[in-house]
Write a protein that binds this ligand. Structure first.
Ligand SMILES: [Zn+2]
Length: 71
């Protein structure tokens, strides 16, 4: 199983968060990302949030350069 990651730099953010989270399994990654979104970004843990995070999961490792933020 490959490495998966979510890069917070890909999200629109007022605080310009540069965190990237990686894990071996999608469920681990999603849990960590939800906790991060709630604790740091003040999101509510909702099915919508989880769906948005799940759709942002990428295979491999975070890049050194920041990805383009979604508008
Ligand atoms: Zn973040």
């Amino acid at each position: 199983m490959g490495r998966k990651f979510i890069d917070c730099r890909a999200f629109p953010s007022v605080m310009n968060c540069t965190i990237a989270i990686s894990a071996d399994s999608e469920s681990e990654l999603l849990e960590a990302a939800v906790q991060h979104a709630v604790a740091v970004h003040g999101h509510q843990d909702t099915p919508d949030l989880r769906e948005q995070l799940r759709s942002s999961i990428r295979d491999g490792m975070p890049r050194e350069e920041a990805p383009t933020r979604a508008a």
